[in-house]
Design a protein around this ligand. Structure first.
Ligand code: C2O
Ligand code: CU
Ligand code: CU
Length: 433
């Protein structure tokens, strides 16, 4: 904390070996030897300079998911870092940007595979005047999922993976299966949950402890909101405060969620235990209560422009094969085509219409937006609270309306964050002038 600082780091992407199964080596891709990559923590006001060393044997980039960075520093597919090359990403973290962001590759056509093989990490921007008591700690939980072949290697994507997005067999938390935490009774913990999987929807509930939502992708809410369950679609984050008021074991588990599945092999989604917390009978050090107000959020104002983005899936059958296409407004991604031109500083209303058979989590780069309504079957629902988001699930048959304002010029990507869908075309380019 204190005066604005210079935050410098180096991220080397390279092949590494992990041990997920007894006696078997799994070749992975890692940042600085670990997957998830190192947790980056910087403060609002900091200048960030991160040197990316690409040692994975193919082109890559680092994208700063959700962060307000200049377009030419955002790791776009148009700005690849060649095999063996280094590049510096430099940006300032503005005041008010505290939040739970992440970083991952975004090279053209290779994002899905580089991420499922291990390249992703959390980037937390902290506030110097954080209203959440420091005694709650600040624990980052990055969910990834993993599929292993019999020899311990990670199999390539199948046709099912390409259609539905790759869903692994094991959900890992910070690279581990069902890790344990120990707390005293009466403890409160601040947890930041990240869905860094390619395509797994996580409908989550705590048992034996009470959860309160305090923040979303782009930082704190205005006020805490009690939550029985949370749906975290791919790429979404949520900040929680968990109160451990009963001795015994508290668990974070998954609930069933029907996200639309094509073909056979729908993975089991309910009843997985992701995290276990042993709550001992020994009382924890007393902690201050959670404040009733966290921070003000100014609602985005009347939009100057409206956009409509229709998401569809297409299927083409040939004698031997089936080709899926994932389209926005009837088009597959083209790196040489600008799809939308917008003005910096102008608020827009975006209507995301999902006419497909699967949920598609919508994400846009370079800014945070505010969801104003969800419509399904003619019924309109307002979100229960005002929040800054960079990813929102658009369920099948649903229309989501959101207000969006890009402050910085340059080209930004928007796409479905099921990374296989992004790769198969469900992405566009927004050029901000
Ligand atoms: Cu998480 Cu286009 O990114
Ligand atoms: Cu992003
Ligand atoms: Cu999708």
């Amino acid at each position: 904390a204190g005066a604005p600082g210079l935050f410098k780091a180096r991220l080397t992407a390279e092949p590494a070996v992990a041990r997920f199964a007894e006696g078997k080596d799994t070749p992975i891709l890692a940042y600085n030897g670990t997957s998830p990559g190192p947790l980056i923590g910087a403060y609002e006001g900091d200048r960030v300079e991160i040197t990316f060393a690409n040692r994975i044997g193919e082109a890559s980039t680092i994208h700063w998911h959700g962060m307000p960075v200049p377009a030419d520093q955002d790791g776009n597919p148009m700005d690849p870092v060649a095999v063996g090359a280094d590049r510096v990403y430099a940006f300032d973290l503005p005041e008010g940007s505290a939040g739970s962001y992440w970083y991952h590759p975004h090279p053209h056509g290779r994002t899905a595979e580089q991420v499922y093989r291990g390249l992703a990490g959390a980037f937390v921007v902290k506030s110097k005047a954080d209203p959440v008591p420091a005694a709650y700690g600040d624990t980052v939980l990055v969910f990834t999922d993993l599929r292993l072949a019999g020899d311990g290697s990670m199999p390539d994507n199948t046709m099912t993976d390409l259609m539905n997005g790759r869903v692994g067999d094991h959900v890992l938390v910070n690279g581990q299966k069902n890790p344990r935490l120990v707390v005293g009774i009466g403890a409160k913990r601040r947890l930041r949950l990240y869905n860094a999987t390619n395509a797994r929807f996580l409908r989550l509930a705590f048992h034996g402890a009470a959860a309160t939502i305090i923040g979303t992708d782009g930082g704190l809410l205005e006020a805490p909101v009690a939550a029985d369950e949370i749906l975290l679609s791919p790429a979404e984050r949520v900040e929680l405060v968990i109160s451990f008021d009963k001795p015994g074991s508290a668990t974070l588990t998954t609930l069933a969620y029907d996200r639309g599945w094509m073909g056979a092999g729908r993975p089991a989604d309910a009843g997985l235990t992701l995290l276990t917390v042993d709550v001992s009978k020994n009382p924890a050090e007393p902690v201050p209560p959670l404040p009733e107000r966290l921070r003000p959020i100014a609602p985005l104002s009347v939009p100057a422009v409206g956009r409509r983005l229709v998401f569809t899936e297409t299927m083409t059958m040939t004698a031997t094969d089936m080709q899926m296409g994932f389209l926005i407004n009837g088009k597959a991604f083209d790196m040489a085509r600008v799809d939308i031109v917008a003005k910096a500083g102008q608020t827009e209303l975006w209507e995301i219409v999902n006419q497909a058979d699967m949920d598609h989590p919508f994400h846009v780069h370079g800014t945070q937006f505010q969801v104003i309504e969800h419509e399904r079957g003619g019924k309109v629902a307002k979100p229960p609270y005002l929040a800054w988001k960079d990813t929102v699930n658009v369920a099948r048959g649903e229309t989501v309306r959101l207000l969006l304002r890009q402050e910085r010029p340059g080209q930004r990507m928007y796409h479905c964050h099921i990374l296989e869908h992004e790769q198969l075309g469900m992405m566009g380019i927004l050029d901000v002038k």
